[in-house]
Design a protein around this ligand. Structure first.
Ligand SMILES: Nc1ncnc2c1ncn2[C@@H]1O[C@H](COP(=O)(O)OP(=O)(O)O)[C@@H](O)[C@H]1O
Ligand SMILES: [Mg+2]
Length: 508
Protein backbone atom coordinates (compact mmCIF):
# COMPACT_ATOMS: atom_id res chain seq x y z
CA UNK A 1 0.00 0.00 0.00
CA UNK A 2 1.43 3.46 -0.87
CA UNK A 3 2.69 5.38 2.19
CA UNK A 4 0.31 8.30 1.61
CA UNK A 5 -2.76 6.07 1.53
CA UNK A 6 -1.73 4.20 4.68
CA UNK A 7 -1.09 7.46 6.51
CA UNK A 8 -4.61 8.65 5.68
CA UNK A 9 -6.04 5.34 6.82
CA UNK A 10 -4.14 5.51 10.14
CA UNK A 11 -5.46 9.02 10.71
CA UNK A 12 -8.99 7.85 9.86
CA UNK A 13 -8.74 4.93 12.29
CA UNK A 14 -7.48 7.19 15.09
CA UNK A 15 -10.22 9.73 14.37
CA UNK A 16 -12.85 6.99 14.39
CA UNK A 17 -11.53 5.59 17.68
CA UNK A 18 -11.57 9.06 19.20
CA UNK A 19 -15.12 9.69 17.96
CA UNK A 20 -16.34 6.38 19.38
CA UNK A 21 -14.64 7.11 22.70
CA UNK A 22 -16.19 10.57 22.92
CA UNK A 23 -19.64 9.33 21.98
CA UNK A 24 -19.34 6.40 24.37
CA UNK A 25 -18.27 8.69 27.24
CA UNK A 26 -20.68 11.58 26.84
CA UNK A 27 -23.69 10.11 25.05
CA UNK A 28 -26.56 9.13 27.20
CA UNK A 29 -27.79 6.72 24.47
CA UNK A 30 -28.57 3.31 25.85
CA UNK A 31 -26.61 1.43 23.17
CA UNK A 32 -23.25 -0.32 23.17
CA UNK A 33 -21.44 2.30 21.05
CA UNK A 34 -18.07 0.72 21.80
CA UNK A 35 -19.05 -2.22 19.55
CA UNK A 36 -17.98 0.10 16.72
CA UNK A 37 -14.35 -0.35 17.82
CA UNK A 38 -14.62 -3.54 15.73
CA UNK A 39 -14.36 -1.29 12.64
CA UNK A 40 -11.14 0.27 13.98
CA UNK A 41 -9.65 -3.19 14.59
CA UNK A 42 -10.62 -4.37 11.07
CA UNK A 43 -8.97 -1.24 9.63
CA UNK A 44 -5.78 -2.08 11.50
CA UNK A 45 -5.45 -5.46 9.74
CA UNK A 46 -4.07 -3.91 6.58
CA UNK A 47 -1.98 -1.35 8.46
CA UNK A 48 -0.20 -3.30 11.23
CA UNK A 49 1.47 -6.58 11.88
CA UNK A 50 0.32 -9.09 14.53
CA UNK A 51 1.63 -7.09 17.47
CA UNK A 52 0.03 -3.94 16.12
CA UNK A 53 -3.38 -5.62 15.88
CA UNK A 54 -3.07 -6.89 19.48
CA UNK A 55 -2.07 -3.40 20.67
CA UNK A 56 -4.97 -1.74 18.81
CA UNK A 57 -7.40 -4.31 20.26
CA UNK A 58 -6.06 -3.76 23.77
CA UNK A 59 -6.29 0.00 23.25
CA UNK A 60 -9.94 -0.30 22.17
CA UNK A 61 -10.72 -2.49 25.21
CA UNK A 62 -9.00 0.02 27.54
CA UNK A 63 -10.90 2.95 25.93
CA UNK A 64 -14.18 1.04 26.39
CA UNK A 65 -13.43 0.54 30.10
CA UNK A 66 -12.28 4.14 30.62
CA UNK A 67 -15.49 5.41 28.99
CA UNK A 68 -17.46 3.12 31.30
CA UNK A 69 -15.61 4.33 34.41
CA UNK A 70 -16.02 7.98 33.42
CA UNK A 71 -19.75 7.51 32.72
CA UNK A 72 -20.69 5.15 35.56
CA UNK A 73 -17.90 5.16 38.12
CA UNK A 74 -17.19 1.99 40.05
CA UNK A 75 -20.75 0.83 39.71
CA UNK A 76 -20.51 -2.55 38.01
CA UNK A 77 -24.20 -3.29 37.74
CA UNK A 78 -27.20 -2.90 35.47
CA UNK A 79 -27.50 -2.19 31.74
CA UNK A 80 -24.37 -0.02 31.38
CA UNK A 81 -22.23 -2.89 32.71
CA UNK A 82 -23.94 -5.31 30.30
CA UNK A 83 -23.32 -2.93 27.36
CA UNK A 84 -19.69 -2.64 28.39
CA UNK A 85 -19.34 -6.42 28.47
CA UNK A 86 -21.01 -6.77 25.05
CA UNK A 87 -18.61 -4.16 23.65
CA UNK A 88 -15.59 -5.87 25.20
CA UNK A 89 -16.68 -9.22 23.74
CA UNK A 90 -17.14 -7.59 20.34
CA UNK A 91 -13.61 -6.12 20.59
CA UNK A 92 -12.23 -9.53 21.70
CA UNK A 93 -13.95 -11.55 18.97
CA UNK A 94 -13.05 -9.03 16.26
CA UNK A 95 -9.44 -9.02 17.32
CA UNK A 96 -9.34 -12.83 17.19
CA UNK A 97 -10.87 -12.80 13.72
CA UNK A 98 -8.49 -10.06 12.63
CA UNK A 99 -5.50 -12.07 13.85
CA UNK A 100 -6.71 -15.17 12.06
CA UNK A 101 -7.34 -13.19 8.90
CA UNK A 102 -3.91 -11.69 9.15
CA UNK A 103 -2.28 -15.09 9.51
CA UNK A 104 -4.16 -16.44 6.47
CA UNK A 105 -3.10 -13.40 4.45
CA UNK A 106 0.49 -13.83 5.55
CA UNK A 107 0.47 -17.52 4.53
CA UNK A 108 -1.04 -16.54 1.19
CA UNK A 109 1.54 -13.82 0.68
CA UNK A 110 4.35 -16.21 1.54
CA UNK A 111 3.02 -18.80 -0.86
CA UNK A 112 2.64 -16.17 -3.56
CA UNK A 113 6.22 -15.04 -2.90
CA UNK A 114 7.45 -18.64 -3.07
CA UNK A 115 5.47 -19.23 -6.26
CA UNK A 116 6.94 -16.06 -7.82
CA UNK A 117 10.39 -17.18 -6.75
CA UNK A 118 9.94 -20.60 -8.31
CA UNK A 119 8.43 -18.97 -11.39
CA UNK A 120 11.39 -16.63 -11.81
CA UNK A 121 14.21 -19.01 -11.01
CA UNK A 122 12.90 -22.25 -12.52
CA UNK A 123 15.27 -23.88 -15.01
CA UNK A 124 12.39 -24.36 -17.44
CA UNK A 125 10.83 -21.46 -19.26
CA UNK A 126 7.40 -20.56 -17.94
CA UNK A 127 4.80 -18.43 -19.67
CA UNK A 128 1.82 -17.18 -17.68
CA UNK A 129 -1.03 -16.62 -20.10
CA UNK A 130 -4.64 -15.56 -19.97
CA UNK A 131 -6.76 -17.98 -21.97
CA UNK A 132 -10.16 -16.82 -20.75
CA UNK A 133 -11.16 -15.27 -24.10
CA UNK A 134 -10.09 -18.45 -25.92
CA UNK A 135 -12.03 -20.51 -23.43
CA UNK A 136 -15.23 -18.57 -24.05
CA UNK A 137 -14.72 -18.73 -27.83
CA UNK A 138 -14.46 -22.52 -27.55
CA UNK A 139 -17.51 -22.61 -25.31
CA UNK A 140 -19.47 -20.62 -27.88
CA UNK A 141 -18.48 -23.15 -30.53
CA UNK A 142 -19.76 -25.95 -28.31
CA UNK A 143 -23.03 -24.14 -27.74
CA UNK A 144 -23.38 -23.71 -31.49
CA UNK A 145 -23.30 -27.50 -31.76
CA UNK A 146 -19.73 -28.05 -32.97
CA UNK A 147 -18.71 -31.53 -31.82
CA UNK A 148 -15.75 -32.35 -34.05
CA UNK A 149 -13.27 -29.60 -33.19
CA UNK A 150 -10.52 -31.01 -35.42
CA UNK A 151 -12.81 -30.95 -38.43
CA UNK A 152 -13.93 -27.44 -37.53
CA UNK A 153 -10.37 -26.12 -37.20
CA UNK A 154 -9.39 -27.78 -40.49
CA UNK A 155 -12.29 -25.94 -42.19
CA UNK A 156 -11.65 -22.65 -40.35
CA UNK A 157 -7.88 -22.14 -40.08
CA UNK A 158 -8.42 -18.46 -39.34
CA UNK A 159 -10.10 -19.42 -36.04
CA UNK A 160 -6.73 -20.70 -34.79
CA UNK A 161 -5.07 -17.38 -35.66
CA UNK A 162 -7.95 -15.57 -34.03
CA UNK A 163 -7.45 -17.57 -30.83
CA UNK A 164 -3.67 -16.98 -30.89
CA UNK A 165 -4.41 -13.25 -31.01
CA UNK A 166 -6.80 -13.60 -28.06
CA UNK A 167 -4.22 -15.12 -25.71
CA UNK A 168 -2.68 -12.53 -23.43
CA UNK A 169 0.84 -13.09 -22.15
CA UNK A 170 0.84 -11.94 -18.55
CA UNK A 171 4.36 -12.81 -17.53
CA UNK A 172 7.42 -14.80 -18.53
CA UNK A 173 10.33 -15.88 -16.37
CA UNK A 174 14.07 -15.43 -16.81
CA UNK A 175 14.52 -18.79 -18.52
CA UNK A 176 11.84 -17.89 -21.05
CA UNK A 177 13.54 -14.60 -21.85
CA UNK A 178 16.81 -16.48 -22.37
CA UNK A 179 15.12 -19.13 -24.51
CA UNK A 180 13.60 -16.50 -26.76
CA UNK A 181 16.89 -14.61 -26.95
CA UNK A 182 14.99 -11.46 -25.96
CA UNK A 183 16.76 -8.48 -24.41
CA UNK A 184 14.19 -7.98 -21.66
CA UNK A 185 10.84 -9.12 -20.35
CA UNK A 186 8.77 -6.44 -22.10
CA UNK A 187 10.29 -7.36 -25.44
CA UNK A 188 9.58 -11.04 -24.84
CA UNK A 189 5.97 -10.40 -23.88
CA UNK A 190 5.07 -7.78 -26.45
CA UNK A 191 6.48 -9.54 -29.47
CA UNK A 192 5.86 -13.18 -28.62
CA UNK A 193 4.10 -13.68 -31.96
CA UNK A 194 7.44 -13.00 -33.72
CA UNK A 195 8.83 -16.14 -32.14
CA UNK A 196 6.17 -18.46 -33.53
CA UNK A 197 6.92 -20.85 -36.39
CA UNK A 198 4.30 -22.65 -38.48
CA UNK A 199 4.95 -25.69 -36.23
CA UNK A 200 4.07 -23.59 -33.19
CA UNK A 201 0.70 -22.87 -34.77
CA UNK A 202 0.18 -26.62 -35.19
CA UNK A 203 0.87 -27.16 -31.51
CA UNK A 204 -1.53 -24.35 -30.63
CA UNK A 205 -4.22 -26.02 -32.73
CA UNK A 206 -3.66 -29.28 -30.83
CA UNK A 207 -3.87 -27.37 -27.56
CA UNK A 208 -7.22 -25.90 -28.60
CA UNK A 209 -8.48 -29.44 -29.29
CA UNK A 210 -7.29 -30.57 -25.85
CA UNK A 211 -9.07 -27.63 -24.18
CA UNK A 212 -12.22 -28.25 -26.20
CA UNK A 213 -12.21 -31.92 -25.16
CA UNK A 214 -11.89 -30.91 -21.50
CA UNK A 215 -8.42 -32.43 -21.04
CA UNK A 216 -6.63 -31.42 -17.84
CA UNK A 217 -3.19 -31.17 -19.31
CA UNK A 218 -1.44 -30.93 -22.61
CA UNK A 219 2.06 -31.83 -23.80
CA UNK A 220 3.51 -31.34 -27.25
CA UNK A 221 6.86 -31.27 -29.02
CA UNK A 222 7.17 -28.29 -31.28
CA UNK A 223 9.58 -25.47 -32.13
CA UNK A 224 10.02 -21.72 -31.91
CA UNK A 225 12.24 -19.15 -33.55
CA UNK A 226 14.53 -17.09 -31.32
CA UNK A 227 15.34 -13.41 -31.70
CA UNK A 228 18.55 -14.49 -33.49
CA UNK A 229 16.42 -16.37 -36.02
CA UNK A 230 17.48 -19.75 -34.69
CA UNK A 231 15.09 -22.68 -34.53
CA UNK A 232 14.81 -24.24 -31.06
CA UNK A 233 13.01 -27.55 -30.54
CA UNK A 234 10.83 -27.39 -27.45
CA UNK A 235 8.62 -29.55 -25.32
CA UNK A 236 5.68 -27.55 -24.04
CA UNK A 237 3.35 -28.57 -21.26
CA UNK A 238 0.26 -26.85 -19.91
CA UNK A 239 -2.08 -27.70 -17.07
CA UNK A 240 -5.60 -26.39 -17.45
CA UNK A 241 -7.68 -25.29 -14.48
CA UNK A 242 -10.57 -27.57 -13.54
CA UNK A 243 -13.82 -27.24 -15.48
CA UNK A 244 -15.71 -24.13 -14.40
CA UNK A 245 -12.60 -22.28 -13.26
CA UNK A 246 -11.48 -19.30 -15.24
CA UNK A 247 -8.59 -19.73 -17.61
CA UNK A 248 -7.10 -16.43 -16.54
CA UNK A 249 -3.76 -17.83 -15.35
CA UNK A 250 -2.66 -20.78 -17.42
CA UNK A 251 0.97 -21.70 -16.90
CA UNK A 252 2.80 -23.10 -19.88
CA UNK A 253 6.20 -24.57 -19.22
CA UNK A 254 8.62 -24.97 -22.05
CA UNK A 255 11.71 -27.15 -22.11
CA UNK A 256 14.43 -26.58 -24.70
CA UNK A 257 15.09 -29.98 -26.28
CA UNK A 258 17.17 -28.80 -29.22
CA UNK A 259 20.29 -30.56 -27.95
CA UNK A 260 18.37 -33.75 -27.27
CA UNK A 261 16.89 -33.64 -30.76
CA UNK A 262 20.33 -32.98 -32.26
CA UNK A 263 21.82 -35.92 -30.34
CA UNK A 264 18.92 -38.12 -31.44
CA UNK A 265 19.51 -37.16 -35.08
CA UNK A 266 23.22 -37.82 -34.79
CA UNK A 267 22.45 -41.21 -33.23
CA UNK A 268 20.06 -42.07 -36.03
CA UNK A 269 22.65 -41.08 -38.62
CA UNK A 270 25.30 -43.16 -36.90
CA UNK A 271 22.95 -46.12 -36.71
CA UNK A 272 22.04 -45.79 -40.34
CA UNK A 273 25.72 -45.60 -41.32
CA UNK A 274 26.45 -48.66 -39.21
CA UNK A 275 23.54 -50.55 -40.70
CA UNK A 276 24.88 -49.66 -44.13
CA UNK A 277 28.37 -50.91 -43.32
CA UNK A 278 26.89 -54.08 -41.93
CA UNK A 279 24.85 -54.61 -45.12
CA UNK A 280 27.95 -54.18 -47.23
CA UNK A 281 29.82 -56.68 -45.07
CA UNK A 282 26.89 -59.09 -45.39
CA UNK A 283 27.13 -58.68 -49.14
CA UNK A 284 30.81 -59.54 -48.78
CA UNK A 285 29.81 -62.80 -47.14
CA UNK A 286 27.45 -63.48 -50.03
CA UNK A 287 29.95 -62.73 -52.83
CA UNK A 288 30.36 -66.34 -53.91
CA UNK A 289 26.67 -66.88 -54.33
CA UNK A 290 26.17 -63.44 -55.87
CA UNK A 291 28.76 -64.24 -58.51
CA UNK A 292 26.95 -67.48 -59.17
CA UNK A 293 23.56 -65.73 -59.36
CA UNK A 294 24.86 -63.34 -62.01
CA UNK A 295 27.06 -65.82 -63.84
CA UNK A 296 24.26 -68.26 -64.44
CA UNK A 297 22.13 -65.95 -66.60
CA UNK A 298 25.28 -64.61 -68.28
CA UNK A 299 26.30 -68.12 -69.25
CA UNK A 300 22.76 -68.76 -70.53
CA UNK A 301 22.94 -65.56 -72.60
CA UNK A 302 26.20 -66.65 -74.18
CA UNK A 303 24.85 -70.14 -74.95
CA UNK A 304 21.68 -68.69 -76.45
CA UNK A 305 23.70 -66.18 -78.47
CA UNK A 306 25.87 -68.94 -79.92
CA UNK A 307 22.79 -71.03 -80.74
CA UNK A 308 21.21 -67.99 -82.37
CA UNK A 309 24.28 -67.49 -84.58
CA UNK A 310 24.14 -71.14 -85.62
CA UNK A 311 20.45 -70.80 -86.61
CA UNK A 312 21.25 -67.65 -88.58
CA UNK A 313 24.22 -69.29 -90.37
CA UNK A 314 22.01 -72.00 -91.79
CA UNK A 315 21.05 -71.80 -95.44
CA UNK A 316 18.32 -70.72 -95.39
CA UNK A 317 18.56 -69.19 -91.87
CA UNK A 318 15.99 -70.50 -89.39
CA UNK A 319 14.61 -67.19 -88.19
CA UNK A 320 12.00 -68.79 -85.91
CA UNK A 321 14.65 -70.64 -83.87
CA UNK A 322 16.95 -67.61 -83.90
CA UNK A 323 14.13 -65.45 -82.52
CA UNK A 324 13.47 -68.01 -79.75
CA UNK A 325 17.17 -67.88 -78.77
CA UNK A 326 17.16 -64.09 -78.68
CA UNK A 327 13.99 -64.16 -76.54
CA UNK A 328 15.71 -66.50 -74.08
CA UNK A 329 18.71 -64.21 -73.99
CA UNK A 330 16.53 -61.23 -73.23
CA UNK A 331 14.77 -63.10 -70.39
CA UNK A 332 18.12 -64.19 -68.90
CA UNK A 333 19.48 -60.68 -69.23
CA UNK A 334 16.47 -59.41 -67.30
CA UNK A 335 17.09 -62.03 -64.63
CA UNK A 336 20.69 -60.92 -64.23
CA UNK A 337 19.49 -57.32 -64.16
CA UNK A 338 17.03 -58.13 -61.37
CA UNK A 339 19.78 -59.80 -59.31
CA UNK A 340 22.05 -56.79 -59.72
CA UNK A 341 19.17 -54.44 -58.89
CA UNK A 342 18.40 -56.33 -55.66
CA UNK A 343 22.04 -56.10 -54.66
CA UNK A 344 22.28 -52.44 -55.55
CA UNK A 345 19.22 -51.73 -53.45
CA UNK A 346 20.80 -53.49 -50.54
CA UNK A 347 24.14 -51.73 -50.99
CA UNK A 348 22.55 -48.34 -51.54
CA UNK A 349 22.65 -45.90 -48.71
CA UNK A 350 19.39 -44.06 -48.66
CA UNK A 351 17.13 -42.66 -45.99
CA UNK A 352 14.64 -45.26 -44.80
CA UNK A 353 11.29 -45.06 -46.55
CA UNK A 354 8.54 -46.32 -44.33
CA UNK A 355 5.79 -47.72 -46.55
CA UNK A 356 3.12 -50.39 -46.24
CA UNK A 357 4.90 -53.61 -47.21
CA UNK A 358 3.78 -57.09 -48.09
CA UNK A 359 5.82 -59.13 -45.61
CA UNK A 360 5.67 -62.36 -47.56
CA UNK A 361 6.95 -60.59 -50.69
CA UNK A 362 9.99 -59.36 -48.75
CA UNK A 363 10.63 -62.82 -47.28
CA UNK A 364 10.55 -64.31 -50.79
CA UNK A 365 13.00 -61.70 -52.04
CA UNK A 366 15.37 -62.47 -49.16
CA UNK A 367 15.09 -66.16 -49.98
CA UNK A 368 16.28 -65.31 -53.51
CA UNK A 369 19.21 -63.31 -52.14
CA UNK A 370 20.44 -65.94 -49.69
CA UNK A 371 19.13 -69.07 -51.45
CA UNK A 372 22.34 -69.82 -53.29
CA UNK A 373 24.43 -69.26 -50.13
CA UNK A 374 22.14 -71.70 -48.31
CA UNK A 375 22.52 -74.28 -51.04
CA UNK A 376 26.30 -73.95 -50.88
CA UNK A 377 26.21 -74.58 -47.12
CA UNK A 378 24.01 -77.61 -47.71
CA UNK A 379 21.14 -75.82 -45.96
CA UNK A 380 17.54 -76.24 -47.02
CA UNK A 381 15.76 -72.87 -46.80
CA UNK A 382 12.04 -73.37 -46.26
CA UNK A 383 9.31 -70.77 -46.15
CA UNK A 384 6.04 -71.16 -44.27
CA UNK A 385 4.14 -67.99 -45.09
CA UNK A 386 0.84 -67.12 -43.41
CA UNK A 387 -2.06 -66.39 -45.76
CA UNK A 388 -3.41 -62.86 -46.39
CA UNK A 389 -1.26 -61.03 -43.84
CA UNK A 390 -1.93 -57.34 -43.23
CA UNK A 391 0.84 -55.02 -44.49
CA UNK A 392 3.66 -53.80 -42.25
CA UNK A 393 4.88 -50.21 -42.14
CA UNK A 394 8.64 -50.44 -42.40
CA UNK A 395 11.46 -49.64 -44.81
CA UNK A 396 11.91 -52.50 -47.29
CA UNK A 397 15.72 -52.52 -47.10
CA UNK A 398 15.67 -52.51 -43.32
CA UNK A 399 13.30 -55.49 -43.18
CA UNK A 400 15.45 -57.31 -45.75
CA UNK A 401 18.52 -56.58 -43.66
CA UNK A 402 16.93 -58.07 -40.55
CA UNK A 403 15.88 -61.21 -42.37
CA UNK A 404 19.24 -61.63 -44.13
CA UNK A 405 21.08 -61.25 -40.82
CA UNK A 406 18.86 -63.83 -39.12
CA UNK A 407 19.01 -66.41 -41.92
CA UNK A 408 22.76 -66.07 -42.36
CA UNK A 409 23.26 -66.40 -38.59
CA UNK A 410 21.09 -69.52 -38.73
CA UNK A 411 23.27 -70.98 -41.47
CA UNK A 412 26.44 -70.20 -39.51
CA UNK A 413 24.95 -71.90 -36.45
CA UNK A 414 24.56 -75.10 -38.48
CA UNK A 415 28.07 -75.20 -39.96
CA UNK A 416 29.17 -77.96 -37.61
CA UNK A 417 25.96 -79.99 -37.84
CA UNK A 418 26.47 -83.29 -39.60
CA UNK A 419 24.08 -85.69 -37.88
CA UNK A 420 20.79 -84.09 -38.96
CA UNK A 421 19.36 -82.16 -41.89
CA UNK A 422 20.50 -78.53 -41.99
CA UNK A 423 17.29 -76.63 -42.28
CA UNK A 424 16.23 -73.00 -41.85
CA UNK A 425 12.53 -72.29 -41.67
CA UNK A 426 11.23 -68.73 -42.10
CA UNK A 427 7.68 -68.42 -40.87
CA UNK A 428 5.26 -65.47 -41.01
CA UNK A 429 2.04 -65.31 -39.03
CA UNK A 430 -0.56 -62.78 -38.08
CA UNK A 431 -0.65 -62.44 -34.34
CA UNK A 432 -3.49 -61.02 -32.33
CA UNK A 433 -3.98 -58.11 -31.98
CA UNK A 434 -2.98 -56.83 -35.44
CA UNK A 435 0.69 -57.72 -35.31
CA UNK A 436 2.87 -59.85 -37.48
CA UNK A 437 5.40 -62.31 -36.16
CA UNK A 438 8.26 -63.48 -38.33
CA UNK A 439 10.32 -66.40 -36.98
CA UNK A 440 13.59 -67.81 -38.26
CA UNK A 441 14.16 -71.32 -36.93
CA UNK A 442 17.32 -73.38 -37.36
CA UNK A 443 18.59 -76.80 -36.35
CA UNK A 444 22.01 -75.55 -35.27
CA UNK A 445 24.04 -75.46 -32.10
CA UNK A 446 21.53 -73.42 -30.11
CA UNK A 447 22.44 -70.51 -27.84
CA UNK A 448 24.53 -71.04 -24.71
CA UNK A 449 22.93 -69.83 -21.46
CA UNK A 450 25.66 -67.23 -20.82
CA UNK A 451 25.38 -65.86 -24.37
CA UNK A 452 21.60 -65.42 -24.23
CA UNK A 453 21.50 -62.09 -22.31
CA UNK A 454 24.26 -60.53 -24.46
CA UNK A 455 23.05 -61.75 -27.83
CA UNK A 456 21.75 -58.39 -29.02
CA UNK A 457 24.64 -56.35 -27.57
CA UNK A 458 26.83 -54.57 -30.08
CA UNK A 459 30.12 -56.42 -30.75
CA UNK A 460 28.99 -59.60 -29.04
CA UNK A 461 30.12 -62.46 -31.21
CA UNK A 462 31.24 -66.05 -30.72
CA UNK A 463 32.44 -66.45 -34.28
CA UNK A 464 36.08 -66.09 -35.26
CA UNK A 465 35.29 -63.89 -38.24
CA UNK A 466 32.19 -62.32 -36.67
CA UNK A 467 31.78 -58.61 -35.89
CA UNK A 468 28.82 -58.94 -33.57
CA UNK A 469 26.76 -56.14 -35.11
CA UNK A 470 24.11 -58.14 -36.98
CA UNK A 471 21.70 -58.77 -34.10
CA UNK A 472 22.31 -55.38 -32.50
CA UNK A 473 21.32 -53.71 -35.78
CA UNK A 474 18.28 -56.00 -36.07
CA UNK A 475 17.19 -54.92 -32.62
CA UNK A 476 17.63 -51.20 -33.24
CA UNK A 477 15.62 -51.41 -36.47
CA UNK A 478 12.85 -53.46 -34.89
CA UNK A 479 12.64 -51.26 -31.80
CA UNK A 480 12.65 -48.05 -33.82
CA UNK A 481 9.44 -49.41 -35.36
CA UNK A 482 7.97 -50.10 -31.94
CA UNK A 483 8.49 -53.85 -32.34
CA UNK A 484 10.21 -56.59 -30.34
CA UNK A 485 12.90 -59.14 -31.18
CA UNK A 486 13.88 -62.10 -29.05
CA UNK A 487 15.54 -65.50 -29.26
CA UNK A 488 14.86 -68.86 -27.70
CA UNK A 489 16.34 -72.31 -27.92
CA UNK A 490 14.21 -74.98 -29.57
CA UNK A 491 13.07 -78.01 -27.62
CA UNK A 492 15.09 -80.34 -29.87
CA UNK A 493 17.95 -78.60 -31.68
CA UNK A 494 18.93 -75.07 -32.58
CA UNK A 495 17.36 -71.73 -31.89
CA UNK A 496 14.52 -69.59 -33.14
CA UNK A 497 14.62 -65.80 -33.52
CA UNK A 498 11.27 -64.01 -33.48
CA UNK A 499 10.35 -60.51 -34.45
CA UNK A 500 6.99 -58.99 -33.68
CA UNK A 501 5.88 -55.82 -35.47
CA UNK A 502 2.57 -53.97 -35.42
CA UNK A 503 0.67 -54.21 -38.68
CA UNK A 504 -0.08 -50.99 -40.57
CA UNK A 505 -3.41 -49.45 -39.60
CA UNK A 506 -6.17 -49.42 -42.19
CA UNK A 507 -6.21 -45.69 -42.77
CA UNK A 508 -2.44 -45.52 -43.36
N1 LIG B 1 20.82 -68.81 -34.92
C1 LIG B 1 21.74 -68.73 -33.97
N2 LIG B 1 22.07 -69.81 -33.22
C2 LIG B 1 22.99 -69.71 -32.24
N3 LIG B 1 23.68 -68.60 -31.95
C3 LIG B 1 23.42 -67.50 -32.65
C4 LIG B 1 22.43 -67.50 -33.69
N4 LIG B 1 22.39 -66.25 -34.20
C5 LIG B 1 23.28 -65.51 -33.52
N5 LIG B 1 23.90 -66.26 -32.60
C6 LIG B 1 24.94 -65.80 -31.66
O1 LIG B 1 24.88 -64.37 -31.58
C7 LIG B 1 26.16 -63.82 -31.87
C8 LIG B 1 25.98 -62.45 -32.49
O2 LIG B 1 25.42 -62.52 -33.76
P1 LIG B 1 25.55 -61.28 -34.71
O3 LIG B 1 25.13 -60.08 -33.95
O4 LIG B 1 24.83 -61.55 -35.97
O5 LIG B 1 27.07 -61.13 -34.96
P2 LIG B 1 28.06 -62.08 -35.75
O6 LIG B 1 27.22 -62.84 -36.74
O7 LIG B 1 29.01 -61.13 -36.40
O8 LIG B 1 28.70 -62.93 -34.74
C9 LIG B 1 26.79 -64.82 -32.77
O9 LIG B 1 28.20 -64.73 -32.73
C10 LIG B 1 26.31 -66.13 -32.16
O10 LIG B 1 27.08 -66.46 -31.01
MG1 LIG C 1 25.58 -62.25 -37.86
Amino acid sequence: MPAGVSRIRIALAIALAAAIFLFDTVSPAGIAVAVLYAVVIMMSVDLCDRRGIILVSLGCAVLTMIAFLIGHGWNFEGDPMLRCLVSLSAVGITSLLALRNQRATAVLKESERRYRNIFQTAGVSIFEEDFSAVRSALRTLKQRGVADIRGYLADHPSFVQHCIAMVQILDVNEAAIRLLGAREKTQAISSLRNYLLPETTDSFREMLCAMFDGEHSFEYETAIRTADDERRAILMAATFPPEGDSYRNVLISVLDITERERAQRALEQAQSALAHVSRISTLGELTASIAHEVNQPLAAIVTNGEACLRWLNRVPPDLGEARACVEHSVAEGRRAGAVVQRLRNLARRADPQVVALDVNGVIEEVALLVGREAAEHGVALRLDLGPSLPPLRIDRIQLQQILINLTINAMHAMETVTDRPRQVMVESREQWPSSIRISVRDQGSGIAADAMPRLFDAFFTTRQEGIGLGLSICRSIVESHGGRIWAENNADHGATFHILLAAAKDEE
